[in-house]
Ligand binder design. Structure first.
Ligand code: NAP
Length: 167
């Protein structure tokens, strides 16, 4: 599984059920990376999308514990176990965990690649992604040149789960 996220210097990802900042080029990268793929997200993140609609041209799998929650054009699952069973149907297809905080935390153990947009700013925030710089299981395997959007600088950084060489 892949994880894709935009974080600030503190690995913050959101505030008051919204993104910290919208960077058009980051959005473009997100679209390129996830189009045609399977995206996995929490119900709250789903409701931040325009018109509360699933993302187009992708299979959307939404997690909610509400038994009756339904979204037209998306698959709803009610537990991590149910999600993993559902994912078996898409074997061989890239799966992307796209947030929010609760989903990143629960699915990080299943992820082996993370596409992280690292924004060189510090925002007021109430939602965070686990800090992969502090996680010894992960390493940076690619880093873009510095990107600039008005007064914001940021990088596209790829993290991968370290291989167990003794296995
Ligand atoms: N910077 C980024 O790249 C990025 C990306 C995505 C989101 N975000 C931000 O992240 C924030 C939202 O994060 P969040 O943690 O509050 O919400 P979330 O993870 O998007 O959604 C939480 C909801 O997911 C459902 N859920 C969670 N675990 C579940 C499980 N094990 N089984 C079934 N359902 C489960 C529950 O829905 P029910 O309440 O319906 O049961 C829960 O309330 C927002 O600020 C958003 O903008 C940032």
């Amino acid at each position: 599984m892949n994880l894709i996220v935009a974080v600030d210097q503190n690995w913050a990802i959101g505030n008051k059920d919204n993104l910290l900042v919208r960077i058009p080029n980051d959005h473009k990268m997100f679209q390129q990376e996830t189009t045609g793929k399977v995206v996995i997200l929490g119900r709250k993140t789903m409701e931040t999308f325009p018109g509360k609609q699933p993302l187009k041209n992708r299979t959307n799998i939404i997690l909610s514990r509400k038994p009756d929650y339904q979204v037209k054009g998306a698959v709803v699952v009610h537990s991590i176990e149910e999600l993993l069973k559902e994912c078996e149907k898409y074997e061989g297809k890239d799966l992307y965990v796209i947030g929010g905080e609760s989903i990143y935390r629960q699915l990080l153990p299943y992820c082996d690649t993370a596409h992280v947009t690292k924004i060189d700013m510090s925002y007021a925030a109430d939602a965070y992604c686990p800090d992969l710089d502090k996680d010894e299981d992960w390493e940076i395997t690619a880093d873009s040149e510095e990107q600039v959007y008005f007064d914001i600088t940021y990088h596209f950084v790829k993290y991968e789960r370290k291989q167990d060489h003794e296995a």
